[in-house]
Design a protein around this ligand. Structure first.
Ligand code: NFE
Length: 516
């Protein structure tokens, strides 16, 4: 008999996500992922000066605003037919790289470690670390007072197969605590050149409006040196320890294996990207062809009279359904079940994100530093590059990207040229179109802009990482990438569907971004 498991909302992710699985015994027969909130930011942009997109699109999200600032600037630069000043390009790389490493720490420690790490291990802690002693005190107090266990913020907790390695548990709990001031320092670094954090204001078409003065560079360098050891040692070791404790998760949540990534972190002239763009389909790496991207809305809460398969900037014709009753969604005659649309590449659902960036760059052979690090971890963990398309592969990918991005930032920081401009102003183009593509923390992000005869925004579209990963089915019946990852998963206890939560959270979904 088929039953259902509904997780609504999925916690420790950004935004409003509902996951529903139909079970065949204890195995997932099929899954549906729903973004439950309409936002409409693309429509809100219309009629504004094209330069405001940098600010307005950042309001899509509190976690990856920097990526929307960067991509909005790239789209407008494309429409202008310009590139940023070399100093501006480097400052942009440093700012988005910083933000991205901060995001990886946030995802691993704050959102995901508690899926694997046993917080109760702290009760057996006998050392002198003040933070761990404090957590032990909270937990003991909770137990003594009201038997609610464990203490916030280490919730929710399930009955699950947590890590049994006491040293690994204590290390990750300490990492959870120590990551907080490190993340604060990363935010300070974003603010040095970005002007503020979150939502940096200085990334504009033409470069970055905060010049790289010697004192700013020195401040940035000092903070980078403060944060780097935590990333290289504590974070990396904690991820490896979790990977060693849960080797089976290199085989869970594998999905389609189709990988999409955009070129990321160019040199000062905007060429020679550190991470390669491209697609891997059926195990084969190929060059990126942007015109193969479409968006399907067959199962999304929109209607229009045109094709269900639209190209970027054509989705302007879509109208949101005026009211959606989620309780009644099962019985909708049109089958629609999400505010998220379904981006496709050559008609295929694609996974985006850290694993896609690792797999595509590795297979492209363009980054020997990346290949060497991946090979080292592959030997240590007895895995192959194809195992990165998995729950644990995604966590490992983030740790590898954090290390490599850090190395690259240290090099690019020393290439800045104080005294030379970081920004140049250009007129807003009229009746122009542009596209910007980059890698956000959670994967491939593109913005498309079209201006009118006054240089105001006529049309704007964002195709966002979580829109790719968390997409609903399309008109050809293909389920979305995360839906595919969930299929066939065995759930030991339907009341504690930890296996499903681990798969979903491994993609670090952001539904605020996804639906935008
Ligand atoms: Ni709101 Fe975002 C990132 C973007 S996600 S977090 O990273 O773009 O889909």
């Amino acid at each position: 008999m088929s039953t259902k498991i509904v997780i609504d909302p999925v916690t420790r992710v950004e935004g409003h996500l509902r996951v529903e699985t139909t079970m065949d015994g204890n195995r997932v027969q099929s899954a549906r992922c729903s973004g439950d909130m309409f936002r409409g930011l693309e429509k809100a942009l219309k009629g504004y000066d094209a330069r405001t997109a940098q600010q307005i699109t950042q309001r899509v999200c509190g976690v990856c605003p920097y990526a929307h600032a960067e991509t909005a600037a790239l789209a407008l630069e494309d429409a202008m037919g310009i590139r940023p000043e070399p100093n501006g390009q480097l400052l942009r790389n440093l700012t988005v790289g910083t933000y991205q490493i901060k995001d990886f720490l946030l995802h691993f420690y704050t959102l995901c470690a508690l899926d694997f790490i046993d917080i109760t291990a702290v009760l057996g802690y006998e050392g002198r670390d003040a933070g761990l002693q404090q957590v032990r005190g909270w937990v003991q107090q909770e137990l003594a007072n009201n038997k609610v266990f464990p203490a916030a913020p280490f919730l929710p907790r399930y009955e699950a197969d947590y890590c049994t390695d006491q040293a690994a548990n204590i290390s990750a709990i300490k990492g959870y605590l120590d990551a907080i001031p490190i993340m604060a320092d990363f935010h300070k670094m974003v603010a040095i050149f970005g002007g503020k954090s979150p939502h940096p204001v200085a990334i504009e078409a033409g470069g970055v409006t905060t010049p790289p003065t010697l004192d700013r560079i020195a401040h940035f360098r000092t903070l980078l040196a403060t944060c780097a050891p935590f990333v290289r040692e504590q974070y990396t070791q904690d991820v490896i320890a979790v990977a060693q404790a849960f080797p089976g998760y290199f085989r869970e949540g594998r999905g389609y294996g189709n990988m999409l990534s955009y070129p990321y972190l160019p040199d000062a002239n905007g060429d020679n990207f550190f991470f390669a763009g491209g697609v891997t389909i059926d195990g084969e790496y190929r060059a990126l062809e942007l015109d193969k991207i479409t968006e399907d809305h067959t199962y999304a809460y929109y209607y229009d009279n045109s094709s269900p398969l639209l190209r970027p900037l054509q989705t302007d014709t879509l109208r949101p359904l005026s009211s959606v009753d989620f309780q009644a969604q099962q019985s909708r005659s049109d089958g629609k079940y999400s505010w998220g649309r379904a981006p496709r590449y050559d008609g295929l659902p694609m996974e985006v994100g850290p694993a896609a960036r690792i797999i595509n760059t590795y297979k492209s052979g363009t980054n020997s530093e990346l290949n060497a690090l991946v090979n080292r971890f592959n030997r240590q963990l007895d895995i192959t590059i194809d195992d990165y398309a998995s729950v644990m592969g995604r966590h490992l990918s983030r740790a590898i990207l954090a290390n490599l991005t850090l190395n690259h930032m240290e090099r690019q920081l020393e290439m800045l040229q104080p005294g030379k401009p970081a920004f140049s102003e250009h007129p807003v183009p009229r009746n122009a179109r542009g596209v910007g593509i980059t890698e956000a923390t959670r994967g491939s992000l593109s913005h498309y802009i079209e201006t009118d005869s006054r240089g105001l925004i006529r049309n704007y579209e964002m195709i966002v990482p979580t829109t790719w990963n968390m997409s609903p089915r399309d008109g050809s019946g293909n389920q979305g990438p995360v839906e595919q990852m969930l299929q066939n998963t065995v759930v030991a206890d339907a009341a504690n569907p930890m296996e499903l939560a681990r798969i979903v959270r491994s993609t670090d979904p952001c539904i605020g971004c996804s639906v935008h």
